[in-house]
Design a protein around this ligand. Sequence first.
Ligand SMILES: C[S@@+](CC[C@H](N)C(=O)[O-])C[C@H]1O[C@@H](n2cnc3c(N)ncnc32)[C@H](O)[C@@H]1O
Length: 247
Amino acid sequence: MDLIEKEKIEIEFWKKSKYENPDSFSLANFLNKSQQFKILNTKIDKRIQHIKSSQDVLELGAGQGWASCFMKRWKLPEASFTVTDISPYAIQSISYWEELFKVKMENTLACKSYALPFADTSFDLVFCYAAAHHFVKMEETLSEVHRILKPSGKCVFFYEPTCSKLFYKLHYKYVNNQREAIPEDVLIPQNLKLIGSALNFEVEHYYDHKSQNTSSLALGFYFKMLNTFPFLQALLPSSSDIIFIKK
Ligand SMILES: C[S@@+](CC[C@H](N)C(=O)[O-])C[C@H]1O[C@@H](n2cnc3c(N)ncnc32)[C@H](O)[C@@H]1O
């Protein structure tokens, strides 16, 4: 699919969505996102050494921005947050989450991950939650992230669907059958390590299927199997956190 067409679908989704449009804050939306709080909380705690002293924080692909509100409320109350998404309709809903978490984001705006309207060396931490696999232009995105990070700054991709090159096509098909409305990608950790290293990042990759939200018995069984036979994680579809540290 053509990138412009894909981006249009992503942008319009947040306007047209029955439960996630900016005109109302639905219970269905709240219940859906609140399932993610526990996952994000666990993941932040696991990667806390990369996060704890961050002062200037940028979220990419934030959707409605609930993750930044959560992070400011519970993890980094003193930090300054800039919250972004490609869709202005998504970002418009952030006031609901600000009210819920009793926080105020310093800056909210719509922008693309690969064309960031920020000065060089502006941020200590860039993060995204379940979003980087939507960015498509990964090399351009990481290059921009490198530019805007301060020296030794970190970029953390939380909760990304990953798999080996071998299973990519199969997993891509599976993921896009699950959620037909919005096209999405699957990340290949090996490729990200190559892109990151070429941009002068140190790259850390962690399979973290244990935090996965297992919505069905079959998925639960699948992730139990990955747990029992960890060598399969590098081959089969899994879930990962990936950290890029600016050298
Ligand atoms: C699966 S959603 C995750 C949203 C949010 N992180 C959450 O957990 O609710 C992926 C998000 O990425 C955004 N997105 C897609 N491509 C993007 C890009 N190139 N730059 C910035 N955001 C993008 C979409 O609009 C969408 O909000």
